[in-house]
Design a protein around this ligand. Structure first.
Ligand code: SF4
Length: 415
């Protein structure tokens, strides 16, 4: 049996700074909502946030809120509340947890941040179905409930190569949002502001990429579990100087660790790739489980999904369209397998773990033979663990632990 002992990952000092950045973001949103000084847009995680920011909307991301519901382990009790009004336990547990929280009138924001009583009420809901249909259904519910418009982009799926025709389609849909948004914002879109915002998103994305790629070093200075927390500003503040400034500080700390040979996991021996969503309510347990086995889960599709190399302020709308289309989740299995093979090589991965999340088929890539195909091509062994992002009733801790321990032992024996 693999050696087991309690171990924690080494704390990243910039975490305290990040917590302040996130607190400022939520207080700013709350001020906009309670004073009415700025209009509020809800946006899906890879929706047209740049457009909304350039029009001075305060931008709120319900998926980020749902991840907080998961991480605080509030979600499992809230999901049945949405099930009771007809939203199936089999659909996205971000959606069901978030709607359940709304119906119960609770939010982790009020526990985390003094003075915040509720999520900010939207003036408009803006989605992009590049990730899944559930986001549109999610916003449709709030649209009916709150009487606010839900508008967005219907994205092509299963894209192998992003073509001009795809980009034209999505760019036209983004442009078509502008008149409605201008009416709600009460102002015209400034193309100069949009260019600046897209350039800031590009800068954020480049820094975030460099942050994640510090893990190509051995030992890696950060873990996937750090990444899921530190991606907060890249998710909710892309297109702002605040996010850019923050990632410069984080990157400097991780580069310092590399110079000093400091790893996030003590005595790192096994390097693991995580494919799929995190189990938000088990981040600490999973981090400790892998650290105790001297295994570092150091790279992931999930954290890397906030890298958008296409952003270009010189051609803001088309580059936004291209960036949103190049997202991993939008792509075909052929593209995904090539991408993953590249990641396994770049990060010198010993094993890959697929999280088959019960309520998110879109982020579960183990259901159509991919682990077997990729293992044949790359020679890197894989393990599929069953679970969920937010619904802990779908998670078996004992089974996960047993399977992960056996998997790490198998990798060690093969080294
Ligand atoms: S991608 Fe998955 S987790 Fe994200 S909103 Fe869609 S169904 Fe939910």
């Amino acid at each position: 049996m693999a050696e087991e002992r309690k171990a924690a990952r080494k704390k990243i000092e910039t975490t305290d700074r990040m917590n302040r950045v996130m607190a400022d973001y939520f207080h700013d949103l709350n001020e906009a909502a309670t004073t009415g000084t700025r209009k509020i847009a809800w946006c899906t995680s890879v929706g047209p946030a740049e457009l909304l920011r350039a029009m001075d909307f305060a931008v709120y991301f319900p998926e980020n809120h749902s991840a907080m519901l998961g991480a605080t382990r509030m979600s499992t009790d809230l999901i049945p509340v949405a099930n009771a009004i007809g939203y199936s336990p089999d659909i996205c547990s971000y959606l069901t947890a978030d709607i359940g929280a709304y119906l119960k009138g609770i939010t982790p924001l009020s526990r985390a941040f003094q003075g915040i009583e509720s999520v900010p009420k939207p003036d408009v809901l803006v989605f992009n179905t590049n990730q899944c249909r559930d986001v549109q259904d999610w916003f449709a519910w709030y649209s009916r409930e709150l009487g606010v418009p839900s508008i967005g982009v219907s994205s092509p799926k299963n894209v192998t190569e992003v073509t001009d025709a795809h980009i034209d389609d999505v760019a036209l849909q983004i442009e078509a949002l502008i008149p409605t948004l201008e009416t709600i914002a009460g102002k015209k879109l400034s193309m100069d502001r949009l260019r600046e915002t897209v350039d800031l998103s590009r800068e954020c994305t480049e820094l975030w990429k460099q942050v994640l790629e510090t893990a190509t070093s051995a030992p890696a200075p950060l873990t996937f579990f750090d990444g899921t927390v530190h991606m907060g500003p890249a998710v909710v503040l892309r297109g702002t100087q605040v996010a850019v400034d923050h990632y410069k500080v984080l990157l400097a700390e991780l580069q310092q660790r590399i110079r000093e040979g400091v790893g996030a996991v003590e005595d790192e021996r096994i390097r693991i790739y995580w494919e799929g969503m995190p189990v938000w309510g088990r981040l600490r347990q999973h981090s400790e489980m892998f650290s105790a086995l001297k295994a570092n889960v150091l790279a992931s599709t999930y954290c890397s999904s906030w890298i958008f190399p296409a952003f270009d302020g010189k051609d803001p709308i088309r580059s936004m369209a291209k960036a949103y289309l190049e997202l991993f989740i939008v792509r075909s299995d052929i593209y995904k397998e090539n991408y993953l093979q590249g990641m396994l090589e770049k990060f010198r991965i010993d094993g890959i773990i697929y999280h088959d999340a019960k309520t998110c088929p879109y982020n579960s890539n183990s259901r159509y033979g991919m682990p077997q195909r990729l293992e044949r091509i790359s020679g890197v062994p894989s393990l599929v663990i069953s679970g969920d992002l937010n619904d802990l009733r779908c998670v078996s801790d004992e089974q996960t632990k047993t399977n992960v321990e056996a998997f790490i032992e198998q990798i060690q024996e093969g080294k």
